[in-house]
Design a protein around this ligand. Structure first.
Ligand code: ATP
Length: 642
């Protein structure tokens, strides 16, 4: 539900980091509250993010807030947010329209299990749907789907809107019709003749237009497209390609549509557009034909003595008269055939003369009536099209919505996602990190935690896949809570209220230790349920101290509703302080290509060695001679110590 208008400013200030001044700036820059709400409804996140001081992330928060679906404070650390963003970016790459892309960026983890379930169901249906559709054809077509362009035809001064009263005049201005044609109230003598078409908007019929032949009459209560049909027609013309593409998609999907009707109206209008006939050219070419015909016929006349006398006395003899009449009759028929107009522009003489006045009169009359016919046809088409405009816009929107589901379906299909169950533990069978899907040798992982062990230490081989497993756990939990199926063969997810991922890659500059301890300590205490993923926390300070800190954190987390996985190479030391489950990923050696042989699925209740010597051996085998010496020395030391 959209927030009501007067609470827009207030709602904006609910977004963290946005004070009243910034809220006002956002409203002003977008052209008012109404425009802002429209941008939000159309998910124009980039437009909001283009405001100075508003990041993309903030724009997403603003959009979600104003849509009544605020971004929950769920992703608590930078790394958790990055993992979330990677998921969204992966799905977004499947979107073809800006709308779908933006809707995907609004997907957030939530704690509303019903909402998650129904969204997951929709994605699973979409996954099935895409397997039955001609995907490549649809992809090409969907790329061209966008919001229809608004078209504003240019000012056309060759037509005028004529009104009788000040009231009607104001009404035309209110409708903005003066942007298309001049609006005239008290025309001066002869002024109206200058226009090729007068659109006479009458209420009383006070103006006498008997002498003007270039006028169409429309009543004052007409709709705008009955006065200026170009507005509606321009819109449909501008978007013809879009509509043709949309129709093709609709046909593929077997969806009902009014687009074929729209396109038929436009094609019909195009086919009825009359070609401008060149009356001058028609008259001149017929004159040339008639002159040569007359010359040939007169040459052959055989005059008797008295006929010559009559010719001298009366001007023309009966025979000659007949020849002229015959040729001129044929000439007029030819002109009618060429121009569609019945008229005789010739003065009998040899060669024929053209009655210029008559020709001008006919030309003006003809062009006026053609303009009127064209106007009427356009109004007729515009009336039919304007009734369909809303339906067309809904259909385009519907296709953008379809693109959202299509993108999710393609994503679920390509990544082989499955519907997760929700429960009080995390149980994964055949889980895979998204970035490993399609890689050379991905190993699917089985893992289980949460009940009874809500805290475990994860130990094991360097490069064994511990960090990858933590990220997989984060991905699965986030995706399920975003209402997405997950990357596994089977999965149970325990919904949480917050995800904390402390990456070993975090910066450890001055003060980092203190600030980390201060911010992380409250996280370990009970309260909201969390998924806590810690990657080699021991790097925060000297090892001995780190062990004591980690052990204490574990004691507190164990008592809470949270689940924690802590990657560490110090498990043995930690166990001296606290009793906690330890799992291990073990490397069993190097294969013939000196790659690590490792079972990426952790062994439960198993403390695995880090086996850094295997990594050193691997590098030794794969490196060049100079450096080999160094690795050789290291390996010798390992061998000495056993
Ligand atoms: N399940 C898997 N299938 C295939 N490759 C994997 C899997 N898990 C991890 N890898 C690959 O193994 C390499 C090491 O993974 P990762 O960084 O997660 O190991 P790690 O145990 O955290 O290492 P370290 O302790 O040295 O930091 C990465 O290149 C990763 O892509």
């Amino acid at each position: 539900m959209m927030k009501s208008m007067n609470s827009v400013g207030e709602a904006l200030t609910d977004v963290s980091g946005i004070g009243e001044r910034l809220a006002q700036k956002i409203i002003d820059e977008l052209g008012g509250e109404k425009e802002l709400l429209k941008a939000v409804e159309n998910l124009e996140i980039d437009r909001i993010a283009s405001i100075e001081g508003i990041s993309q992330r903030k724009a997403i928060e603003i959009t979600s807030e104003l849509l009544g679906n605020p971004v929950p404070s769920f992703l608590k650390t930078e790394r958790a947010f990055q993992i979330y963003q990677e998921i969204v970016e992966t799905i977004s790459s499947y979107a073809h329209t800006d709308y779908a892309r933006n809707r995907l960026t609004l997907l957030h983890p939530s704690t509303d299990t019903d909402a998650m379930r129904s969204h997951i169901e929709m994605v699973m249906e979409s996954k099935k749907m895409v397997s039955e559709l001609p995907v490549e054809d649809l992809r090409d077509l969907l790329k061209k789907i966008k919001r229809p362009e608004k078209a504003r035809p240019p000012f056309n001064p060759s037509r005028a809107i004529l009104v009788e009263t000040r009231e009607d005049y104001d009404h035309m201005i209110d409708m903005g019709l003066n942007r298309y044609h001049p609006v005239i109230m008290n025309p001066e003598q002869g002024e109206l003749d200058e226009y090729e078409l007068i659109i006479y908007v009458y209420s009383e019929g006070m103006i006498d237009l008997e002498d003007t032949f270039n006028t169409v009459m429309v009543t004052a209560d007409s709709e705008r497209h009955e006065i200026v049909p170009e507005d509606v027609l321009g819109y449909f013309r501008e978007n013809t390609d879009l509509l043709r593409g949309a129709l093709e998609i609709k046909r593929i999907l077997g969806m009902e549509t009014c687009l074929d009707e729209v396109l038929a109206i436009m094609d019909e209008l195009g086919s009825l557009e009359e070609e401008e006939v060149d009356i001058d050219e028609a008259v001149n070419s017929v004159k040339a034909w008639a002159d040569s015909e007359l010359r040939d016929l007169i040459k052959d006349i055989d005059l008797k003595g008295e006929e010559v006398l009559a010719l001298l006395n009366q001007g023309m003899t009966g025979k000659l008269e007949r020849i002229f009449d015959d040729v001129l009759k044929k000439a007029c028929e030819m002109i009618k055939r060429k121009t569609g107009v019945e008229f005789d522009p010739f003065i009998k003489s040899y060669p024929l003369k053209i009655d210029q006045q008559e020709l001008e009169r006919v030309k003006r009359l003809e062009s006026a009536s053609r303009n009127i016919r064209r106007f009427e046809r356009r109004v007729d088409a515009a009336s039919r099209l304007s009734e369909l405009r809303e339906a067309v816009e809904n259909e385009i929107r519907e296709l953008m919505e379809f693109d959202y589901r299509f993108a999710l379906g393609l994503f679920a299909h390509d990544y082989g996602l499955v519907e997760p169950e929700f429960g009080d533990e995390i149980i994964l069978r055949g889980a895979l990190h998204l970035s490993l899907v399609g890689s050379e040798n991905p190993q699917r992982i089985d893992y289980k935690l949460g009940n009874p062990d809500n805290v475990v230490l994860l130990t094991g081989a360097n490069s064994g896949g511990k960090t990858t497993l933590l990220e997989t756990l984060a991905q699965v939990t986030m995706m399920a809570q975003m209402g997405l199926p997950v990357c596994a063969l089977e999965a149970m997810v325990r919904p949480v209220e917050e995800i904390h991922f402390i990456s070993k890659k975090r910066s450890l500059d001055a003060g980092a230790f203190e600030s980390f301890i201060r911010t992380f300590t409250p996280v370990t205490m009970s309260g909201s349920s969390k998924l806590i993923l810690l990657d080699e926390l021991e790097a925060i300070t000297e090892l001995d101290a780190a062990v004591k800190i980690i052990a204490t954190f574990i004691e507190f987390i164990r008592e809470s509703e949270s689940i924690a996985v802590i990657v560490t190479h110090m498990a043995r030391e930690i166990l001296k302080y606290v009793d906690v489950r330890v799992d291990g990923i073990e490397a069993r050696g190097l294969d013939e290509n000196y790659n690590l042989i490792v079972d990426r699925t952790p062994r439960i209740d198993y403390l695995a060695r880090s086996t850094p010597e295997l990594i050193i051996r691997m590098i030794y085998e794969k490196s060049c001679d100079d450096e080999r010496m160094v690795y050789q020395r290291i390996l010798e030391k390992f061998q000495k110590n056993g």
